[in-house]
Design a protein around this ligand. Structure first.
Ligand code: MG
Length: 397
């Protein structure tokens, strides 16, 4: 059987800042990437998913566009965004209309997923697609292990029969046309208090099937949930890689050198095609080495006039993007500057801070040392300066 045309609709329009953070939870960092990126990555990596649409709040458009640009979607997989409404139901409806405008083939399926469930995985997506293909409407459920009670006014809470209860998760999976019509029906009849899409399908008269959920795919609501998600995902990043980089540039006319993106006054300048920042060049090569993805010259050929005088930050940022596009996390960046002069001690904090900003890691994960060459060799003769760098990253196994 050929696999059905499956799409994913990720709902990320919420403004919830219950975690006490300054931004909505789908943009908080989890394992070095925004929460939203994890679900996006899981759907993009799944071989049956042909299109992903993300429903967002208009204010988040630049953030989400940048986040999407950080991924290399597999060939033939489209990613798009659309703006949601003031409730989850309105947002999902807007997302379905957006997909409807894209002329999906007959029999297309849609998996509707909350961005706040970052640990969705391939097996769960497999089960969702199979259940939607078989039943037209299906939801992932988990047995309830706690005893559940129903509060009674001025009376003892009533214990429910947990053998008959299930907790409902996402992705909820549907025949696309079925759920689109059900949402339109709900909107037309003014029914606007549904908390999930299965209820909307049921309201339209459809039978909703269930399939096995995954406890790991829990919804992040509280700070404790967030801490648990961190713990659960870190063991998945077990492929630890380390690589080195080395770069040299010649001193020439000028009044400063640029190291780690920071201008340091000097009696001479540095000759190079870009801004000749040996430290950022060495770090870029170290990161590219970690993922076996060529070197700085492969991605930014010196023959390309675009990089003439360019700030080297763009080279390091691209290497960071490539690591993240592989689902990786940068654990540590370390550099050594080899020069008789200038002295960089005064600038160390600014340089480390700038590198941590470009790499999107805490400054405690950036090291920087400097040494002279005891007047020996080309560095000792002050013909140029060099940098060594080491990067350590973690990739998913
Ligand atoms: Mg260089």
């Amino acid at each position: 059987m050929s696999s059905p045309y499956a799409t994913a609709l990720i709902v990320a329009a919420g403004r919830g800042t219950r975690l006490g953070a300054e931004k909505p939870k789908q943009f908080l960092s989890l394992g070095g990437q925004p929460v939203l990126s994890h679900a996006l990555s899981a759907f993009l990596r799944h071989p049956a998913i042909r299109r992903v649409a993300i429903v967002i709040h208009p204010d988040d458009t630049p953030t989400v566009e940048a986040l999407i640009a950080a991924f290399d979607p597999p060939p033939g997989v489209a990613v798009s965004i659309c703006h949601g409404g003031s409730t989850r139901q309105q947002s999902v409806c807007a997302g379905l209309m957006h997909l409807a405008d894209r002329a999906l083939p007959a029999g297309a399926l849609v998996l509707i997923h909350d961005a706040a469930r970052p640990l969705v995985n391939r097996d769960l997506i497999d089960r969702a697609i199979a259940a939607a293909a078989a039943h037209g409407a299906a939801i992932p459920v988990l047995p309830v292990t706690d005893t559940i009670v129903e509060l009674q006014p001025q009376a003892t809470p009533r214990t429910l029969d947990r053998a008959r209860l299930r907790a409902v998760q996402t992705p909820q999976a549907f025949d696309f046309n079925l759920i689109l019509a059900a949402h339109k029906n709900a909107a037309q009849t003014g029914a606007d208090d549904f908390t999930d899409d299965a209820s909307i399908a049921a309201h339209a008269g459809h039978v909703v099937a269930t399939f096995e959920g995954d406890a790991a795919c829990f919804k992040i609501t509280t700070a404790e949930d967030f801490a648990l998600a961190r713990q659960m995902m870190n063991p998945a990043l077990l492929d630890i890689r380390t690589a080195t980089g080395y770069d040299v540039h010649t001193f020439g006319p000028g009044d400063h050198v640029t190291l780690g993106g920071i201008k340091i006054p000097h009696t001479r300048g540095v000759v190079g095609h870009s801004d000749a920042d040996v430290l950022l060049h060495a770090l870029t090569d170290a990161l590219l080495g970690c993922i076996g993805d060529g070197d700085i010259g492969v991605h930014f050929p010196p023959s390309d006039m675009r990089w003439k005088g360019a700030p080297s930050e763009i080279f390091l940022a691209e290497a960071v993007r490539r690591v993240k596009a592989r689902g990786g996390e940068i654990r540590h960046l370390d550099g050594s500057v080899l020069a008789e002069a200038p002295r960089i001690g005064k600038y160390r904090d600014a340089i480390c801070s700038n590198i941590s900003r470009i790499a999107g890691i805490d400054q405690s994960r950036v090291g920087l040392k400097a040494t002279t060459s005891e007047k020996l060799g080309f560095i000792g003769r002050e013909e140029g300066l060099a940098a060594l760098a080491t990067a350590t990253i973690a990739l998913p196994l």
